[in-house]
Ligand binder design. Structure first.
Ligand code: MG
Length: 526
């Protein structure tokens, strides 16, 4: 018996914002990107947040995000006196401070930033709605007698459209005199020179002009015009670092992360301007209802952590060495020894020992498809192309594990959620890497199980019981896989001594003496 109650994803994570935790975290210690997405979508009130086909459109009327924004805005206004003197100013960032990019980031870009799409379809067409509550908030700040300024990382060739967008959604405070965009030398753009008040050598990288260098120097410039900046509001820490504001407020935004080196003369309090590094997150997205935006793992940090873990800075996994491969190697070394002993012992005792292997990310490696080809947005049509063309490499080290089990006398069973129409191509793909010392394929058609597809007229096998869970109308992965393992035991008389999978749904439901969970933070199939 295995203890199914232990087969659950981690719910506590320690993750640095810069991706470096991927060097040390084991796979299960990295927030699963599918769970992060459903948590973010729950936070923004997206419909069906856990569905792969969620539309990525934020609820404009009510959501945990809106509730949190309203509370922040009300708190600031309640503590903000009528301006006691002239020339006191409040500075606002644009994206996700005054203008709301959620529907672009998720619905249009699926959390993969595309600067051309951003500029052509959203910025220049002035499509952004206002950030919830901020039109009234900016008006209230002005009514209290404060001067209002905008400082955005958008470039000057986007300034006119941005001001139009701000006006269209109801802001009356911003104009060409109080709204600062960044200079640009873009081809096709109106190239404006870098203002001489911005010093791009103010941080430790004199070559690049960072966000903090640009924004802090611009605030200093505003001060030089006679203003005192009493408050600076932004959704990124880099909007706020570098001083030149008496107070600052960080708005929640787990949908992207724009870090920037701080400037050398930054105030000591900037040390506190850092993202959270500890997170509690349930796998089903429900934490988005309760934890608040700052406590949701930022999806950019999750991606960079995953890429560090796989040695995949550009979306292509390192096939030789990575923290992921080290984790696998530890599991594989342990289980190669165990299977060698236990398979041989089972044969000696006549128990017909067998080992079950899942396909994707247990025997065949999907990392490059998930990241480089799909950017962590699963596309079943593209996946089918990969499957039919047999493009997947082996999961590093797994051919030797399967071969050791076979050599010691175990039957090798394949059990995958891939469908019957993908069966032949999957066996062909496996045969490229999984063969014994006599070049015979380790996975045999007779012992390879793919799932029926009712849509194409396949019949569900009689041995699969789809009424084991609370939903009798749907056949879950757990029902399909555990019923098939039971069938393997009953029909062939095999004794399954080990079951290997990268999803807990591969492993739950008994019918194996041992379950071996391989790491996979790149998707979640409950
Ligand atoms: Mg912003």
């Amino acid at each position: 018996m295995t203890d199914d109650s232990t087969l659950t994803p981690a719910t506590h994570f320690v993750m640095a914002a810069d991706g470096s935790s991927g060097l040390t975290a084991h796979g299960k210690g990295i927030p699963n990107i599918d769970s992060v997405k459903s948590t973010i979508r729950t936070y923004y009130g997206v419909a069906n947040p856990s569905s792969p086909s969620a539309n990525g459109i934020a609820n404009r009327a009510s959501s945990p995000y809106i509730t949190e924004m309203q509370a922040i805005e009300a708190h600031i206004l309640a503590n903000m006196p009528t301006a006691p003197a002239p020339h006191l100013a409040v500075v606002f960032d644009a994206d996700d401070t005054t203008l709301w990019t959620y529907d672009m980031e998720d619905g249009a870009m699926h959390f993969n930033f595309d600067p051309k799409l951003q500029n052509d379809e959203w910025v220049q067409k002035a499509k952004f709605p206002a950030t919830p509550g901020m039109v009234d908030f900016v008006a209230a700040v002005q009514a209290k007698g404060y001067d209002v300024y905008g400082i955005t990382g958008r470039t000057n060739d986007q300034e006119a459209a941005t001001l139009t967008n701000l006006t269209n959604v109801g802001y009356t405070a911003f104009n060409a005199d109080n709204f600062y965009t960044k200079w640009t030398a873009q081809p096709g753009g109106v190239a404006l020179p870098q203002p001489d008040y911005v010093n791009c050598a103010a941080d430790s990288d004199p070559v690049k002009c960072s966000t903090v260098e640009y924004k802090a120097a611009t605030r200093k410039h505003i001060e030089s015009l006679g203003e005192t900046i009493v408050l600076n509001i932004g959704d990124q820490w880099s909007d706020l670092q570098g001083g030149h504001a008496m107070n600052s407020v960080k708005l929640p935004n787990p949908t992207y992360y724009l870090p920037s080196l701080d400037v050398a003369d930054a105030p000591a309090t900037d040390a506190q301007m850092t993202p959270k590094t500890e997170f509690d997150m349930l796998p089903d997205g429900s934490s988005g209802l309760t934890v608040g935006g700052e406590n949701i793992p930022n999806i950019d940090s999750v991606k960079s952590t995953i890429r560090t873990y796989y040695g995949a800075p550009a979306g292509i996994a390192n096939t030789e060495t990575s923290p992921y491969i080290s984790d696998l190697t530890n599991i594989e070394n342990l289980w190669t020894k165990r299977l060698t002993n236990r398979c041989a012992r089972g044969v000696a005792h006549g128990t017909k020992p067998a080992v079950v292997f899942d396909a994707d990310d247990t025997t065949l490696w999907t990392y490059n498809m998930e990241d480089a080809a799909m950017h962590f947005n699963f596309d079943p049509t593209l996946q089918n192309t990969w499957v039919q063309e047999g493009r997947f490499p082996a999961v590093p080290g797994m051919p030797a594990v399967v071969n050791a089990a076979k050599a010691a006398g175990c039957k090798i069973i394949g059990l995958t959620g891939r469908n019957n129409a993908q069966r032949v191509a999957t066996l062909d793909n496996l045969a490229k890497y999984y063969y014994d010392d006599n070049d015979n394929p380790l996975f045999k058609s007779q012992y390879y199980f793919t799932k029926w597809n009712s849509a194409t007229g396949d019949t569900q096998p009689a041995y699969v019981d789809c009424a084991q869970d609370a939903d009798a109308t749907k056949c879950s992965t757990i029902e399909y896989k555990s019923s098939t393992r039971k069938y393997v035991e009953d029909h062939f008389g095999f004794h399954i001594i080990a079951n290997f999978g990268d999803q807990f749904s591969d492993l739950i439901g008994q019918h194996a003496d041992n379950v071996i969970k391989l790491p996979n933070p790149t998707y979640y199939l409950p």
